[in-house]
Design a protein around this ligand. Structure first.
Ligand SMILES: [Zn+2]
Length: 256
């Protein structure tokens, strides 16, 4: 079962109309984007969560971009964790399943040091989440730049060791691997999960990995959807025209 949806629901005032549009186009998911700031208040989050539930649209949340769990500056780590927890609290009111975030940077640390620090912070965040009875799962995302923490194996190790969830971004993995996306290998690694939260779009990349997201392409999208067919997953479309390309993806899916 594959559910597809856009990476934005709009502001508090537009959300209802957008969710109805999503439903009308037979899309079954949407991500609430707090990437440039947490813009919803509790009453709106509760209201939007109820509308989404009635329309059977699965919501997830993308936490702000300004997160670095491996910063050498202590206050930056504290602020990063606050941003994740506030996203998680609002996600709870939205009845979202996942809180997606980019975990952090290497800075001058080794791969191992970075991994350890991020691991400890996620364990700590997960404890706080449970103390407050917040339902959404923490989902560190695979990142697109080679010199940024977050390839698939690191992310899956975090899942194993911290019991967090994850978000696999196929465009980012392609950029990290300079255009190569070994779907068979990836499926082998993720097929054991009951549900997988995914991001997808076209991607421009250079020698350092990700440059920017671009529209989806039919051939590549068909290959991806075919490969994911047996996986219970949600795919959030992060192309620049997130609504238009979500609908295109859904049409491709209907023909497979
Ligand atoms: Zn993404």
């Amino acid at each position: 079962m594959i559910k597809i949806g856009p990476a934005a629901i709009g502001g508090a005032k537009q959300a209802e109309e957008n969710l109805n549009f999503i439903k009308k186009n037979n899309l079954k998911a949407a991500e609430v984007s707090f990437t440039r700031g947490i813009y919803l208040k509790k009453p709106d989050a509760i209201r939007i969560g109820k509308i989404a539930k009635t329309l059977k649209i699965d919501l997830s949340v993308h936490a702000p971009y300004y997160i670095n769990l491996n910063s050498k500056e202590k206050h930056k780590v504290i602020q990063s964790k606050q941003r994740i927890m506030i996203s998680c609290e609002l996600g709870h009111y939205l009845k979202a399943k996942y809180i997606v975030f980019h975990p952090g940077y290497y800075g001058k640390d080794s791969i191992e040091e970075t991994y350890e620090k991020i691991k400890q912070e996620i364990i700590n965040l997960n404890d706080t989440r449970k103390e407050h009875n917040l339902k959404p799962k923490l989902a560190p995302e695979t990142t697109g730049k080679i010199n940024v923490f977050g390839d698939l194996d690191q992310t899956l190790d975090l899942v194993k060791q911290t019991k967090c969830s994850f978000c696999i971004d196929f465009a980012h993995l392609k950029a990290r691997n300079l255009g190569k996306l070994d779907l068979k290998e990836i499926i082998k690694k993720i097929k054991k999960f009951k549900h997988v939260h995914c991001h997808y779009s076209g991607i421009n990349y250079g020698p350092k990995g990700e440059k920017n997201h671009i529209p989806i392409n039919k051939k590549e999208t068909t290959e991806l959807l075919k490969a994911l067919k047996k996986i219970n997953c949600t795919i959030i479309c992060e192309a620049p025209d997130t609504y238009g390309d979500s609908i295109k993806m859904n049409k491709i899916l209907e023909k497979i």
